[in-house]
Design a protein around this ligand. Sequence first.
Ligand code: ADP
Ligand code: MG
Length: 412
Amino acid sequence: MTNIKILARVKPIFKNNSKSCLEVEENEISVNKIQKKCNGDHLVKYKYQFDQMFDDTSVNWDIYNSIYIDILKNMMKFKNNVTFYVYGETGSGKTHTLLGNSNEKGFLNLMLSDMLEINKNNIHVNVTEIYNNKCYDLINDNKHVYQRENGKNNFVLSSSTIIKIESKKDIIELHNKIINNRKVGISSENNASSRSHLLINIKFANKNLKILDLAGCEKAKNSICDSREKFKENGVIHQSLFVLKECIRSLVSNKPYVPFRRSELTKMLKHSFDNSCKTFILATLSQDESNCGTSVDVLNYISDIKNIKSIGKYNLLPPINSKVNVNEKVHVNVNENVNENVQGSPRFQLLYKNKHFLKNLQDKENKLLNEMIQKKSTDNLFDDYSKVQQKKLKLIRKFNGKLKPIEQNKHN
Ligand code: ADP
Ligand code: MG
C-alpha cells in the first residue's frame, strides 16, 4: 500500500466575479486563505506537494494520459490490482473526470476503449453504489445487494450483475445505465450532485481495476441539509470517508490493525488494501475563494493519507486592517506560543533571533526620545531617532504576522 500516486486537479471557475484562491505549479499547489483573527484579517498560505498537478486548463484526457500506462502495466505485467479514488467536494469535478459529459469522454470510457483494443474478450464490469451504508447494484435496476464474508476473509457481493464489454456500444450502454440509475441530490454547488459512493469494478487480465467516485466531502453547513434524512446522509458519507482514510493510514504506517469492517465502503475495498495493490488518488479542487476552507480540508485529507506533512503554512502579510503609524509609540509583543508548524519554520527562527534585537532598538528609541524632550530637540538626535525608528518598523513589518498590532502606549 506504499504504492500510492497522488494527483490533484483544479476545476475552472464558471461563476462570474469569483476569485481563485489556488496557485498551481508542476507538482506544488498553494492555497491563499484569509483567516479572521482578533487583530485583523491575515492572509495565510498553505502549500502542498503531490506527484502531479493539473491546472484549470486540463481536460479529462490529460488525467487519463498521465496514469493509464501505469495502470495497464500493473494489471498485465506485474499482475497487481489497481484502485483509482477520486476525492473532493461536491461540484469539484469528480464525476466529470470519471464519466465526462457530452463534450468530452471521461476516464471510464477512455479506459474501457483502450482495454477493448488490447483484448476484447476479457473485460467484465460490475457497478455498485453505496448509499447510506447500503449497497445497490446499478446495472440491475438498483437492486439491494449484500456483502458477505467468505472463508478467505474476503467480502463478496451476494448477487451482483456482471456484464461483458465487447464493443463501443456496450461502453455507451454501461455509461448511460450508471448516469440514469445513480442517486443524486441537490447540493449548494450542483442540482444533481452524487450523494453516494460509486464503485466501478473492471476485471481485465484476471486483475481488478476499482474506480471509485467518492461522495462529496463538504461540511453539512455547505451542503443543503434541510431534513433529518439529508443530515443522516451527510453524516454517513463523512463516517465512511473517515474510515477509508484510517484504513489507508494504518496500511501506510504498517499498523497491525486495519479497521476495514467499520463501513461497507472499506469492506468492499478490503482486498485492494494489500501490498500488491497500486493506488492512484485524484483530489479535485474548486478554486473558488468561497470554497477555500473546503479545498484546504481536501488537501489535508489527501496529505494525511500519504503521511505527507504539509510543507508549510505561513502568515504572509501583516493583518490587513492594521496600519503602521510612524508617529505612534510602538509596543512590541512577540508571541512565542505559535503552533508547531511555525516554530520549525525558518521564518519563526528568524523572528526569534530578532526578538532581542527588536527589544534593544525599542530601548534605544525610548532613550533618544527622552533626551530629545529634555534638550528640546537637536537635529542630530532627531536623525538618530528616526533612523532607529525606521529600522524597527522595517523589522516589525517583516514579522507583523506574528506580532501583536501596534498599540498606543497608554502612559503617553
Ligand atoms: P462532483 O461529481 O465533484 O460533485 P461534477 O463532476 O458533477 O462534480 O461537476 C459539477 C459540474 O461542473 C458539472 O456540470 C460538470 O460538467 C462541470 N465540471 C466539473 N469539472 C469540469 C471541468 N474540468 N471542465 C468543465 N466542466 C467541469
Ligand atoms: Mg459527482
